[in-house]
Design a protein around this ligand. Structure first.
Ligand SMILES: [Zn+2]
Length: 157
C-alpha cells in the first residue's frame, strides 16, 4: 500500500476546485453549461445530464465546464463530455484499451490513462456496460494505479 504516494490536493483560492498539481491551469468557473450547450439540440443536454448522473453515481466528483467540454475530476481528470449539434461525445480514461460499438477515438496518453471517446446519440447508449466503464474510469480519477506495486507510476514529492 502506497498511501503516502497520494499528495494532498491543492485548492484554488478563487473557485475552490481541487487539483493534484498546484496552480494547475483550469477555467476557474469562467464557463457555464448553458453556454457550452447553447448550440446543441435540447436532447444533447439531456444526454449530458444522464452521463453526469452516471459519473456522480461513482462517488465524489468535481465538474468543471470549460470552453469546449465539461470535465469530471476526482483527484485527477477521468471523464469529460463534448457537446455537438445533435449528439454528445463522452470521454473516459481507462487503464486498458477496450472495444465498443460507440467508440470513435482512442488515444493512449499514459499506461493508466487510455482515452476513449464515444459517440452517444441515445439514452439507450448508456447501458449497464457503459455504466461499468464509467465506474472503472473513476478509478483513474481516484488514482487507484498509485496503490499498485508499479514504482514507475509513483510520483514522489
Ligand atoms: Zn479556480
Amino acid at each position: 500500500m502506497t498511501y503516502q504516494a497520494k499528495r494532498p490536493l491543492w485548492k484554488c483560492p478563487k473557485c475552490g476546485a481541487r487539483f493534484v498539481i498546484a496552480n494547475m491551469w483550469h477555467s476557474c468557473g469562467k464557463y457555464s453549461l448553458r453556454e457550452l450547450f447553447s448550440k446543441s439540440d435540447p436532447h444533447v443536454f439531456r444526454l449530458f445530464r444522464k452521463f453526469e448522473r452516471l459519473v456522480r453515481a461513482c462517488g465524489r466528483v468535481t465538474m468543471i465546464p470549460q470552453k469546449t467540454r465539461v470535465v469530471f475530476m476526482e483527484r485527477d481528470r477521468f471523464a469529460g463530455a463534448y457537446p455537438r449539434k445533435s449528439y454528445l461525445i463522452c470521454g473516459i480514461g481507462l487503464p486498458r484499451k477496450i472495444r465498443h460499438p460507440k467508440l470513435v477515438k482512442y488515444e493512449a496518453y499514459a499506461p493508466h490513462f487510455r482515452g476513449h471517446l464515444f459517440r452517444i446519440e441515445s439514452e439507450k447508449d448508456f447501458d449497464a456496460d457503459f455504466a461499468a466503464l464509467v465506474h472503472e474510469s473513476y478509478g483513474v480519477g481516484t488514482q487507484e494505479y498509485l496503490k499498485k506495486e508499479k514504482p514507475s507510476y509513483r510520483r514522489r514529492p
